[in-house]
Design a protein around this ligand. Structure first.
Ligand code: ADE
Ligand code: ZN
Length: 328
C-alpha cells in the first residue's frame, strides 16, 4: 500500500493554514485585492521566521471574509485530506477570523463549514470536526468571545477548545476562563505548547489548563522527567515534525524527538499543522518518517489508533472511523 493510500487521522490542522496558495490568490482576485508580502515568486507562501509566518498567515486569512468563503475553504481542505488518505481530521477554527467573535456571525460561518464538511464526507469519505481556537497573542480578553462561541455551538462539529498563536506571549493561566467556559459546555481541550517555549511551556500549560492533548509538546524532550510524566498520564502529543523542521525548531528530521518520545512511551500522533506553508502533506510526513526512523505499517497503525482514541468526536463517529482504519 502506498503512503497516500494508508488510512490516516490528523488531529492538528489549522483551517486557514491549510488553504492552498492558489485558493487564497483566487479569493484575493475575486475581491480585486492585492496581498502584500504573502507569496514568493514561485507562488508559494513566503515568510522569514515564525513571527513573520503568523503575520503572513493573518494577511492571507484577511481575504476570507464570509461564511461562503469558509465553506469553500472546507471543501478545498477536505479534497486535499482525501487525496492523502486522511479519513478523519480535526481542524482549528477561530471565531476571531469568522465574524470577529460575534456569536450570530459565528453561527453563520459554522453553518457553512458544517454543510461543506457534510458534503465532503458524503463525496470523499473524510470526516471533519472543529476545535475552536482563541489566538494567544491576541490576549486573554479576546479569548472570551471565542470561548462563548464554542460553548454556545458545542455539538456534532464543534468538539473542543484549543489555544494557538505565539506561545511566548502571556501565560496559559490567562486563558483559564476560556478553557473553563468551554469545559463546562462539555468540550474537549488541547493547547499549543512546547513548540517554541521549551519544556517549561509544556509544564505551564499542563498545570494551568489541564488539557487532554498538547499541540506539538515536542520540546518536552529537554526534560526527561516531564517526558515520563507525559507517558504516565497518557497525554497525547499532536506532533507535526515537518512543521517543526521547516520552521527551524529542530535542524532536521533525524534530530526531531518524535521517535525518542514514542520509544519512551509517550502517545504521539502525526499531523501537518499548516501544510502548504511548510511544503508538506500527510503522505509526505509518513514517507519521511518511514525513511528516517524506519516507521512501518504497524507503527503507523498504532499511531492512528492512538489518534482515534484521542479524537474529540462522539462515540458513533469514532466507531465509524475505526472501521475505516481496519478495513482500508
Ligand atoms: N497558528 C497557525 N500555525 C501555528 C503554529 N504552528 N503554532 C502556533 N500557532 C499557529
Ligand atoms: Zn499548530
Amino acid at each position: 500500500m502506498s503512503m497516500a493510500e494508508l488510512p490516516k487521522i490528523e488531529l492538528h490542522l489549522h483551517l486557514e493554514g491549510a488553504a492552498p496558495p492558489d485558493f487564497i490568490r483566487r479569493l484575493a482576485g475575486e475581491q480585486k485585492r492585492t496581498l502584500h508580502g504573502v507569496f514568493a515568486e514561485d507562488g508559494s507562501y513566503a515568510y522569514r521566521d515564525f513571527n513573520h509566518f503568523l503575520r503572513v498567515y493573518e494577511e492571507a486569512t484577511s481575504v476570507l471574509v464570509g461564511p461562503d468563503h469558509y465553506g469553500r475553504l472546507v471543501t478545498a481542505v477536505c479534497e486535499t485530506l482525501a487525496e492523502h488518505g486522511v479519513v478523519y481530521a480535526e481542524t482549528f477554527v477561530s471565531p476571531d477570523f469568522c465574524g470577529g467573535g460575534d456569536l450570530a456571525a459565528w453561527r453563520d460561518y459554522l453553518h457553512a463549514m458544517e454543510e461543506a464538511a457534510d458534503r465532503a464526507e458524503a463525496a470523499l469519505g473524510v470526516t471533519l470536526r472543529g476545535i475552536v481556537t482563541p489566538i494567544r497573542h491576541f490576549g486573554p480578553e479576546r479569548s472570551k468571545a471565542p470561548a462563548i462561541c464554542a460553548a454556545e455551538t458545542a455539538g456534532r462539529f464543534v468538539r473542543g477548545i484549543g489555544l494557538a498563536g505565539d506561545e511566548m506571549q502571556f501565560h496559559p493561566r490567562d486563558f483559564l476562563w476560556a478553557f473553563d467556559c468551554a469545559r463546562e459546555a462539555g468540550l474537549h481541550t488541547t493547547a499549543h505548547a512546547g513548540e517554541w517555549g521549551g519544556a517549561k511551556s509544556v509544564r505551564d500549560a499542563l498545570e494551568a489548563l489541564s488539557p487532554e492533548r498538547i499541540g506539538h509538546g515536542v520540546q518536552a524532550i529537554e526534560d526527561l522527567a516531564l517526558v515520563d510524566h507525559l507517558a504516565e498520564t497518557g497525554t497525547v502529543l499532536e506532533c507535526c515534525p515537518g512543521s517543526n523542521v521547516f520552521l527551524g525548531v529542530f535542524p532536521s528530521l533525524p534530530k526531531h524527538p518524535v521517535e525518542r518520545l514514542r520509544e519512551r512511551g509517550v502517545k504521539v500522533t502525526i499531523s501537518t499543522d499548516d501544510p502548504p506553508f511548510f511544503h508538506t502533506t500527510m503522505s509526505r510526513e509518513y514517507a519521511d518518517l518511514e525513511r528516517v526512523f524506519g516507521w512501518d505499517e504497524e507503527i503507523f497503525a498504532e499511531v492512528n489508533r492512538t489518534a482515534l482514541a484521542a479524537a474529540f468526536c462522539d462515540e458513533d463517529t469514532r466507531a465509524a472511523v475505526a472501521k475505516k482504519l481496519e478495513t482500508t
